[in-house]
Design a protein around this ligand. Structure first.
Ligand code: CP3
Length: 378
């Protein structure tokens, strides 16, 4: 990757191609330059930081009473198409926690719905697809995603970037295996049996499906970066269901294509999945700048599993936050200690915030991470 200035030029060039709006590009130039100095972006780039940056996966949402209030009477996916609500919900956790980044309020199935897939998010269940993907004829339903399909994302990101100032906004999308799982199973699944049956049994259809999903994901992420997000995270949450050999041959090529397509934007690319201890090296090889680690593998062990040149993100077990504060403190210090062995460390949970988490604990934890990791000389 080139110098930050060269990357910025490339990012601006890309955004001019995708969204021919000079005003927007000038805004991006300004904001991007300011965000380059943020501890979060610096840690992703493995540069020296004044303290370890922290944010929480699923920091917006059901653990916050103000979230439940604004969502009253609005379905999950409708709330993801209203720029006013996207902006408000994205900002809610930042009013409570001194986190170093915001994450766009959206969902991994938003781009699927935007291209016409009949997906809904059922409360307490998750994404449900009325007509699952079963044959090659179903692929026709997965057309390319255009910026005009998600104008609300562009508008919300622009509003948020203006409001956030120096604090970076993370954009995100679902990874190929996780999206394929919802489409093939028709809803959440414990073992992803139908998905794996397709993966093992019909490689041609599998690759065609993942190719189309990668195209949609690339567009969705490029749209977010063009509008001003300063990092992206690819959530392939359920990819831990696959062994390393299969991962390398049937998933990695698609994930690599997604990360390569974003390389010229210059924004840090984070890659996360649950139960991926055996895949961490490959997830880095796929082209991520930052590898997300769940709580099952200590960060110093994760360091040994990824190639040099990667930062790590993670990895406090979200369930620890339900234990007394002394336990949280102890475990958080341990994560920081092990995180110091990485070339760059972004503190996070090992998966999303659990709905029953006390927001007060998340606030105290962000402060603890900063206080414990302060490096006076940087
Ligand atoms: O992190 C954030 O605060 C940003 C928002 C965000 C949501 N979904 C909002 C949401 C993010 C980053 C996601 C990603 C997402 N969505 C993933 C990957 C991350 C992960 O948890 O592994 C996955 C697998 C999904 C699919 C999905 N959407 C699930 C499994 C669920 C939960 C279903 C349930 O109710 O138990 C959703 C719904 C969802 N997405 C909610 C939120 C706030 C809850 C819906 C509600 O409030 O009614």
């Amino acid at each position: 990757m080139g110098s930050p200035a060269a990357c910025l030029e490339e990012a601006i060039a890309l955004c001019q191609v995708t969204v021919p709006d000079v005003q927007l590009c000038e805004t991006i130039r300004d904001v991007t330059v300011r965000q380059e100095k943020s501890p979060f972006i610096r840690a992703c780039r493995r540069e020296a930081v004044p303290y370890t940056p922290v944010w929480y996966m699923r920091q917006a949402g059901r653990s916050l009473p103000e979230y439940r209030k604004v969502r009253e009477g609005v379905s999950m996916l409708d709330s993801c198409t209203r720029p006013d609500l996207i902006t408000e919900i994205t900002m809610q956790p930042l009013r409570r926690y001194d986190v170093d980044a915001a994450i766009l309020f959206s969902d991994i199935v938003v781009p699927l719905r935007a291209v016409g897939i009949d997906v809904d998010i059922k409360a307490g269940i998750g994404p449900v697809v009325a007509t699952p993907v079963q044959t090659s004829a179903d692929l026709g339903r997965l057309r390319a995603l255009e910026p005009d399909d998600v104008p609300y994302v562009t508008e919300a990101v622009r509003m948020l970037v203006a409001e956030l100032g120096e604090r970076p906004l993370i954009g995100f999308a679902g990874g190929p295996f996780t999206l394929a799982s919802y489409l093939v199973e028709g809803g959440p699944s414990k073992n992803h049996d139908k998905t794996k049956a397709l993966m093992y049994g019909d490689p041609q259809l599998w690759h065609a499906l993942l190719g189309r999903l990668a195209d949609i994901t690339i567009s969705f992420l490029q749209i977010q970066v063009a509008a001003g997000t300063s990092a992206v995270q690819l959530f392939d949450s359920w990819v831990g269901a696959v062994g390393p050999d299969d991962y390398r041959h049937v998933i990695l090529p698609h994930t690599s294509r997604i990360f390569s397509a974003l390389a010229s934007t210059g924004v840090p690319r984070i890659h996360f999945g649950v139960g991926t201890g055996e895949l961490l090296g490959l997830m880095g090889e796929a082209g991520a700048d930052v590898v997300g680690v769940d709580w099952r593998i200590p960060l110093d062990e994760a360091v040994r599993r990824v190639e040099p040149g990667k930062a790590l993100q993670g990895n406090l077990d979200p369930a620890v936050l339900l234990a007394p504060w002394e336990v949280v403190e102890d475990r958080a210090r341990d994560v920081l200690r092990r995180g110091r062995t990485a070339e760059g460390h972004v503190f996070n949970l090992g998966h999303g915030v659990l709905p029953e988490t006390d927001p007060g604990v998340l606030a105290k934890l962000a402060d603890l991470v900063h206080a414990e990791s302060i490096r006076p000389d940087t």
